[in-house]
Design a protein around this ligand. Structure first.
Ligand code: PMP
Length: 407
């Protein structure tokens, strides 16, 4: 990316997981421009169009069928939050129960229903009303590495006096993005699925940020070997950064009445075109997935080395695939590091309750050279900030030597 003055930046934020295929992928751009030039339908409410049919065919043939998934595809409003709203409503209507189990540090959106499932107090505080209908459970690792928190969930669901109402569904991110790149283990996910099955509770995987290849497979839950009843997707689904969201669910629970969850912008035809292009281009075979895993291993190797060099304990690594982070424990410290990185040409964000985790979310298509360059910039930034902190722990203005136009 280039700023107004022509300075060059690498983008390791990538639209918070929306630009897995990079900015303005040339192959998708050509197809989108062709579609516009041929006067393809731009807006069609939720009606059928050729672009929609072609997206659905590609999604079914290249994504669902090879993974033996036979989901119904529901087009919701184009935000992730709206897909989550639809998923929660569906689960509640199908089961006739209200409660939804959500996890500590989970992020599912900021509209009222999805916000009730989101943990972050900053976002919850803006609701202005009480957020109802959810119960909070500890995510994997929340109570320490050795505690399997699904056993606790099983216990409270088995005990009619636990005070936790039998839920309609459990909603989970396999890797919590906004919550600080907390990756659930495959075993924990399998146990979670088993607890859901045992208590006849629906399992919703929110794959809005972790999906579309981020963890190394198209769906983030594939390697765990689980099959959620409901999956929410958005962000990189549209391929080109265009707004687009869907809910996928088992045909048996398709109990929507026509138009119950409606919305004007449920059919973004431009996004159908680029979403199909992304599937055709990257997901027709296993090559892309292998590439993500290879780059993910490189990222893990580099981040572990950085943490080792700077003192384990102050810093730790987390995540999987190309969804990894460095936990700086201290949000202020993480902020200084990302600020230094920005000065050196890297756009990179933090996440977690205190913004303490530096979040490496570069496009999956990044070249090896740029991947190395971006990580080198973070490595330098950590050394720079640590050295400054040691030399002048009370000083906060050691950035003044470099001009940043924060306006
Ligand atoms: N779920 C997850 C896992 C997300 O990461 C996000 C966005 N950060 C959302 C839901 C909400 O998506 P949107 O911002 O498009 O409403």
């Amino acid at each position: 990316m280039y700023d107004d003055e022509g300075n060059e930046y690498l983008d390791f934020l990538a639209g918070a997981g929306t630009l897995n295929y990079g900015h303005n992928h040339p192959a998708f751009k050509t197809l989108l421009l062709d579609y516009i030039n041929s006067d393809g339908i731009t807006h069609g409410l939720d009606m059928h169009t050729k672009a929609k049919r072609e997206f659905l065919e590609a999604f079914n043939e290249k994504i669902l069928k090879p993974r033996e998934l036979s989901y119904v595809v529901q087009f919701t409003g184009p935000t992730g939050s709206n897909a989550v709203e639809a998923a929660l409503k569906l689960a509640r209507n199908v089961t006739g129960r209200e409660n939804i189990i959500a996890f500590t540090n989970g992020f599912h959106g900021v509209s009222l229903g999805s916000l009730a499932a989101t943990g972050n107090s900053h976002h919850r505080g803006a609701a202005g009303v009480s957020l109802n209908g959810t119960s909070r459970m500890p995510f994997d690792g929340y109570l320490g590495e050795d505690v399997d928190t699904t056993a606790y969930l099983d216990k409270v669901l088995s005990d009619s006096s636990s005070g936790i109402d039998l839920p309609a569904a459990v909603i989970v991110e396999t890797v919590q993005g906004e919550g600080g790149i907390n990756a659930a283990s495959f075993e924990w996910l399998r146990n979670l699925e088993a607890v859901c099955k045992k208590h006849e509770v629906l399992l919703i995987v929110d794959d809005i940020q972790a999906g579309c290849g981020r963890t190394g497979t198209y769906f983030s839950f594939e390697e765990a070997g689980i099959k959620p009843d409901i999956v929410t997707m958005s962000k990189s689904l549209g391929g080109y950064g265009l707004p687009f969201a869907v809910v996928l669910f088992s045909p048996e629970i398709d109990q929507w009445k026509p138009g119950e969850h409606n919305g004007t912008f449920r059919g973004n035809n431009f996004a159908f075109v680029t979403a199909k292009a992304a599937i055709d281009h990257f997901w027709s075979d296993n090559h892309f997935s292998q590439e993500i895993k290879r780059k993910g291993e490189y990222i893990a190797m580099r981040l572990n080395a950085i943490v080792e060099k700077n003192g384990e304990g102050n810093f730790t690594t987390r995540g999987r695939g190309m969804f990894q982070g460095i936990n700086c424990v201290d949000g202020e410290l993480a902020g200084k590091i990302t600020r230094r990185a920005f000065q050196n040409g890297l756009i990179i964000e933090t996440s977690g309750a205190d913004d303490q985790v530096i979040k490496f979310l570069c496009p999956l298509i990044i070249s090896d050279v740029n991947l190395k360059k971006g990580i080198d910039i973070v490595e330098e930034a950590i050394s720079y900030v640590c050295a400054k902190e040691e030399a002048m722990p009370e000083e906060n203005d050691y950035f003044d030597d470099v001009h940043i136009d924060s306006e």
